[in-house]
Design a protein around this ligand. Structure first.
Ligand SMILES: [Zn+2]
Ligand SMILES: [Zn+2]
Length: 207
């Protein structure tokens, strides 16, 4: 699995373009203006974007989703407990209100699914706490997990938002992520890449 990390949107969210040797391609999260960011890479590598995996539906992860859907017609995957935000054209989060274009998801997830995408295989881990329908996408062959805002380099997701819960988040991370092998790469919605082993050793929330 090849991974290209790009950033877009007003707070420079990460968005991950992943593809196999046959050029089948998925995107993890769709921040504002992500289509502009990924388009040159789709063209240069001749990629066919078929899947859009949403980790959770806070505006910074889905602001570019409607445009991306229109341009690529890739299927949108989102957890059923987070899908509601995609139909509301404005979102209040941490005191700021952001407008965006509503969009209809294609596949509602519950957690536990295995989604095949070309040679790649993504296991859906339901990891509530930052958002009720937060999920991580685990690709075991590539030792990689896409975690959205669940876990960060030396930190964890915020739990001061509506629907957030600190204890639930800690439990999700301990039971679904820290049980993975040390060498698994952790690709988050913000900030730099880390590994399960590094966070197990050094993250102040788990030391
Ligand atoms: Zn978030
Ligand atoms: Zn975020």
């Amino acid at each position: 699995m090849n991974v290209i990390r790009l950033t877009s949107g007003p707070i420079e969210n990460n968005t991950y373009l992943v593809f196999d040797k046959n050029k089948t391609c998925a995107l993890v999260d769709a921040p504002f203006d992500c289509y502009d960011a990924i388009r040159p890479h789709l063209e240069k590598n001749g990629l066919n974007l078929t899947h859009i995996f949403i980790t959770h539906t806070h505006w910074d992860h889905i602001g570019g989703l409607a445009e991306l859907k229109r341009e690529t017609n890739a299927k949108i995957y989102v957890h059923k407990d987070d899908a509601f935000r995609l139909s509301i054209p404005e979102m209040e989060l941490g005191g700021s209100v952001v407008q965006f274009e509503p969009v209809t998801p294609d596949v509602l997830l519950a957690g536990g699914e295995i989604i095949e995408c070309g040679d790649m295989s993504f296991e859906v881990l339901h990891t509530p706490g930052h958002s009720p329908g937060g999920v991580c996408y685990l690709e075991r062959n590539a030792n990689t997990v896409f975690v959205g805002d669940t876990l960060f380099y030396l930190s964890i997701g915020r739990t001061d938002f509506e629907g957030s819960d600190f204890g639930t988040l800690i439990n999700s991370i301990k039971t679904k992520l820290l049980t993975l092998p040390d060498n698994y790469k952790v690709l988050a919605g913000h900030n730099e890449t880390t590994t399960i082993g590094f966070e197990r050793q050094n993250n102040p929330f788990f030391r």
